[in-house]
Design a protein around this ligand. Structure first.
Ligand SMILES: Nc1ncnc2c1ncn2[C@@H]1O[C@H](COP(=O)(O)OP(=O)(O)OP(=O)(O)O)[C@@H](O)[C@H]1O
Ligand SMILES: [Mg+2]
Length: 365
């Protein structure tokens, strides 16, 4: 077990392509940390830098108390699982898992013990002598995991390891990985571009964009309290509704924090994320409303996602009642206390007086 630290890390490819820009990040010992961000933002590069597969242009990397910046990958005591789980097709499950141990000259008796233990951990005991071609995608993924576990690394690095799996299997593997982390208590660093995966798996999530960290924190925290417009829009399904304000800056509200005026279902619901309690009647004086027309309706199961065209632009609205139909005229309404504000640099406004002033102003009405 070990923490990981980036200190002023810069990565430039081909002398001109700045991919990581002064990255300072502490990944806590024993955490399940998820690096999330859009394609090309530098997640894989950051992970490869930890593994030692990529040199830094500037700065240093620590694992535990040790500066590993100049260390070879094999000397860093980390294990990495890739998206396309490289397992050998001509070897059995057992041989695949044992391979690294044989290379490391671990005696046979000890290998047997380790292999049996990791097979149990990933639930593949019954498949020990099978070739990968006989296994499902999820089972193959577990062979790759088992091989990584067998090395007993200080740190586990995973680069989109679930993206080749179908939706159901992916959900199952998400739970299994979280359970595995609880069992092993090793530091996990997991990369994904899928914010739902990040939110459901990580105890800490690091949101990256263009090689920079935009926010780091617990999933609830980044959802309830985004630091900037990028995070507000990126996290959530769908993300926050955000609109420019007259005179500069932006305001926004979550799709669950807006409702239809006069329907009794007025953005007053408590989010699944469990943040602040019921709002007052959204159609009252303390709410702000925009007339519009329903442009899309998607039944999600127990909830309905609407897109309402208003003069603000598209407003995404999530509610438990399916009363409105396509093309219906509908007024959307948000309690003013559900509004959040951002300055002209797209950073969150946190000053209470400033929030009161902005919330009382004209908001695209
Ligand atoms: N070996 C390389 N040589 C030159 N440029 C590279 C190299 N590897 C990555 N890059 C560039 O660095 C940037 C970040 O790439 P990286 O693979 O880290 O992104 P990512 O966040 O993992 O994206 P994705 O979600 O698509 O996997 C990209 O613009 C990419 O083109
Ligand atoms: Mg990548």
């Amino acid at each position: 077990m070990a923490s990981i630290e980036f200190r002023g890390v810069v990565k430039v490819y081909d002398k001109k392509n700045l991919v990581i820009d002064d990255l300072n990040l502490l990944i806590e010992d024993g955490s399940f940390t998820v690096l999330v961000g859009p394609s090309g933002c530098g997640k894989t590069t950051a992970l490869r830098i930890i593994a030692g597969l990529e040199e830094v242009t500037k700065g240093s990397v620590l694992i535990g108390d040790e500066d590993v910046t100049k260390k070879e990958p094999g000397d860093r005591d980390v294990a990495m699982v890739f998206q396309n789980y490289a397992i050998y097709p001509h070897m059995t499950v057992k041989e695949n898992i044992e391979f690294g141990l044989v290379n490391a000259k671990v005696p046979k008796a000890e290998r047997e013990v380790v292999v049996a233990a990791v097979l149990k951990q990933v639930g593949l005991e019954r498949h020990v002598d099978e070739k990968p071609s006989k296994l499902s995608g999820g089972q193959r993924q577990r062979v790759a995991l088992a091989r990584a576990i067998s090395k007993k690394p200080r740190v586990f690095l995973m680069d989109e390891p679930l993206s080749n799996l179908d939706a159901k299997l992916r959900n199952q593997m998400r739970r299994e990985l979280v359970e595995l982390h609880n069992k092993l208590k090793t530091t996990f660093v997991f990369v994904t571009h899928d914010q739902i995966e990040a939110m459901t798996m990580g105890d800490c999530i690091v949101i990256m964009c263009d090689g920079r960290i935009r926010q780091k924190g617990a999933p609830q925290r980044v959802y309830n309290d985004p630091d900037n417009v990028f995070v507000a829009r990126f996290i959530g399904d769908p993300g926050m509704n955000v609109y420019p304000m007259e005179g500069g800056g932006f305001f926004g509200f979550r799709p669950r924090k807006v409702g239809f005026a006069g329907s009794g279902d007025n953005g007053a619901g408590v989010d699944a994320s469990g943040d602040d309690g019921p709002a007052d009647n959204a159609s009252g004086d303390d709410a702000v409303s925009w007339p519009g027309r329903v442009a899309a309706k998607e039944i999600l199961g127990s909830e309905v996602l609407y897109c309402v065209k208003t003069k603000l632009g598209d407003v995404m609205l999530k509610t438990s009642s399916a009363g409105r139909g396509m093309d219906d005229l509908a007024t959307v309404s948000v309690p003013r206390k559900n509004l959040v504000f951002f300055d002209q640099n797209e950073d969150r406004v946190r000053d209470e007086n400033e929030i009161r002033r902005l919330a009382g102003g004209r908001l695209g009405a």
